[in-house]
Design a binder for this molecule. Sequence first.
Ligand code: AMP
Ligand code: ZN
Length: 139
Amino acid sequence: MKKEDCIFCKLANGDIPTATIFEDDDFRVFLDAGPASRGHALIVPKEHYANLYELPDELAMKAFLLAKKLITKLTPVFKADGYNVIQNNGSAAGQTVFHFHMHLIPRYVGDDAGFGWKEHELDDGTRDEILELVKGIYL
Ligand code: AMP
Ligand code: ZN
């Protein structure tokens, strides 16, 4: 299903032009309009799913396999030194477009694509509390 007011539905389905680097029946991969680095691209399904929670298992598998194939091919093409594969779910996690997508961000030694997190200490109490919380969860 497409969502009427969703920009990524329009981009993924070719209703609005994109700088497309790959397309198949399920996905379009196009350059991010605000790239973190040279070659930053987005894997976007043609059907609308807001995030990874909503994405059907089959598409989730295909998306990750496609990410693997693309970064394998593109690393030498861009002469990249590494790659970040990033996927945000929810505004608290940095998601700004609420149509599932995966970021493929080539990394170059010395680039300024700075993202990461501040490390905190995992204290024993927190560790035990978390292990207790997730005990027995069916995966
Ligand atoms: P996120 O913050 O994970 O939701 O990422 C959204 C990404 O979409 C950002 O990196 C934006 O630069 C990118 N973006 C937003 N609008 C467009 C557009 N029209 N074409 C290409 N990329 C876009
Ligand atoms: Zn959409």
